[in-house]
Design a protein around this ligand. Structure first.
Ligand SMILES: Nc1ncnc2c1ncn2[C@@H]1O[C@H](COP(=O)(O)OP(=O)(O)OP(=O)(O)O)[C@@H](O)[C@H]1O
Ligand SMILES: [Mg+2]
Length: 472
């Protein structure tokens, strides 16, 4: 666009300059003719100056063949002393030049070479004038022609050029807009496909990537088509990679689920046999009794771990929950009673509304969430800690919160506290028999209910918040 503007400007300026020079050349030529006619027959015979007065010297401006508005003037001692302009056929005669107009012609005396000059005569406009012959008296004669016609031609040319350039620029702008628009349309469709893909949830679960650029936009002969084809190829690769990832995840999940399931029976047997032997009638020594007790407790712990792993594997696999409308209040009361029985050294408080707190939930899984949260508040805080369990409706959701005034979770452990096998204090927790799966299960169960889980912890206050969609 700017290139075209520059080209238009250059063409315009060059044309104007060439025409200007050409027209002035013609005018100067005509001026030569005027001078010749002034000096020749019809002009004042040389040597007559002083005889018939200076105005007679100017008679040539009315002579035959002289154009309209021909100017004549006499310079004496470097000063214009008389001058006139032929007034044309309509009013024969000569209009004398005023003093101010004559004064302008004075400077011609300084150019004896007799080159044409452009001068601006007050009240008459621009004139092309030249110093011609000299009388015997020493006076010099000036002839001139108006440049008004020439200027009008130049003005017309400039206006025409400006109009043409503006028209050309407008046409080019319009054509450019239409062309780029139609050329970019396929590219826009490709971009829309890319935008749709970018909105898909690709990071987890099974993703089937159906999105593709339409065949019409994958023509390899156009640039946009090449981009479309490349995007389709990329989407194909990403789709296969996602399928492979999902297959491998499913395989691992299935393996964990199968392994956990298979481990349950032998673990139950180990526990059973150990208990049987310990309680049997056979006399056994204290060491053996202790060993059997340890076998039993470790087997119990391992059973819990295997159950947790199995539950997580099933939640990961997206196994459907058995959802039903459920009032959380009695569930919270039951869980807190159990926790009070298990941890009588803690202070347990309940904050529940009078109305039922209804959610659409899986009773067994939500029971486990509460058991895990209350278990954490019991295991990871010293005796005497106050633990508050509350549930209430909050807009379209239900809030369940377990808060304790214990020492809190160490800051470095907080960001990963919901990860699997994450423990705040490894040595202490492991000793107490923790596995680090409790909060991971809480998060997975809540996510399966389309809920959210949050944690805020500082010394003196640790709160785990669960938000579930309300029912009813
Ligand atoms: N109320 C709490 N106060 C202090 N620390 C806590 C609290 N709740 C959790 N934690 C810290 O978070 C860690 C992770 O908790 P999580 O329930 O996931 O695992 P765990 O309790 O160690 O083991 P599990 O629950 O599987 O037996 C705990 O090890 C503990 O350090
Ligand atoms: Mg726990």
């Amino acid at each position: 666009m700017s290139l075209i503007a520059v080209v238009c400007a250059v063409v315009g300026v060059v044309t104007a300059v060439v025409l200007h020079q050409d027209l002035y050349g013609q005018l100067d030529h005509a001026l030569g003719g005027v001078a010749t006619r002034a000096a020749g027959p019809g002009g004042p015979p040389p040597g007559l100056a002083g005889g018939g007065g200076r105005d007679d010297d100017l008679g040539f401006v009315l002579g035959p063949g002289q154009p309209l508005a021909t100017l004549g003037a006499v310079l004496s001692d470097g000063q214009a002393v008389a001058g006139g302009i032929s007034a044309g056929a309509a009013s024969p005669g000569m209009t004398p030049l005023s003093t101010a107009q004559l004064a302008v012609l004075d400077r011609l005396a300084a150019d004896p070479a007799g080159r044409p000059h452009s001068v601006d005569l007050p009240g008459l406009g621009s004139y092309r004038v030249v110093l011609t012959y000299r009388h015997l008296s020493g006076d010099q004669v000036v002839v001139g022609l108006p440049t008004a016609d020439l200027q009008a031609t130049m003005d017309r040319l400039v206006v025409t050029e400006l109009c043409l350039s503006a028209g050309a620029l407008l046409a080019v702008a319009l054509a450019g807009f239409v062309l780029t628009n139609s050329a970019l349309r396929p590219l826009r469709r490709v971009a829309a496909t890319a935008a749709r893909v970018s909105e898909l949830q690709l990071h987890r679960g099974e993703v089937i990537l159906h999105e593709r650029v339409s065949a019409a936009d994958t023509d390899p002969r156009t640039e946009a088509g090449q981009v479309g084809a490349a995007l389709n190829q990329l989407l194909g690769h990403v789709g296969s990679a996602l399928e492979a990832r999902h297959a491998s995840e499913t395989q691992v999940r299935q393996f964990v689920a199968d392994a956990s399931h298979e481990l349950r029976t032998p673990l139950a047997s180990i526990r059973g046999y150990a208990e049987l032997t310990r309680r049997g009638r056979e006399e056994i020594g204290p060491d053996t009794r202790h060993a059997l007790g340890r076998i039993e407790s470790e087997a119990t712990r391992m059973t819990a771990l295997v159950e947790d792993l199995l539950l997580l594997a099933r939640l990961d696999a997206g196994r459907p929950l058995s959802l039903a409308p459920l009032d959380l209040s009695p569930l919270v009361v039951d869980c807190v009673s159990d926790a009070r029985a298990a941890g009588p050294e803690h202070r347990w408080r309940l904050e529940l509304p009078d109305d039922p707190v209804l959610v659409q939930g899986d009773r067994a899984r939500l029971h486990q969430v509460l058991v895990n949260l209350l278990g954490n508040a019991r295991h990871h805080t010293p005796p005497g800690t106050t633990v508050t369990a509350r549930a209430r409706r909050q807009g379209a959701r239900v809030l369940v919160e377990v808060v304790d005034d214990g020492p809190g979770i160490p800051p470095e452990a907080r960001p990963h506290i919901f990860d699997r096998f994450a423990r705040g204090d490894a040595s202490r927790s492991r000793h107490a028999g923790s596995t680090g799966l409790g909060l991971a299960i809480v998060r997975a169960v809540v996510a399966a209910h389309d809920g959210e889980v949050g944690m805020a912890s500082e010394p003196g206050r640790t709160a785990v918040t669960v938000l579930l969609p309300a029912a009813g």
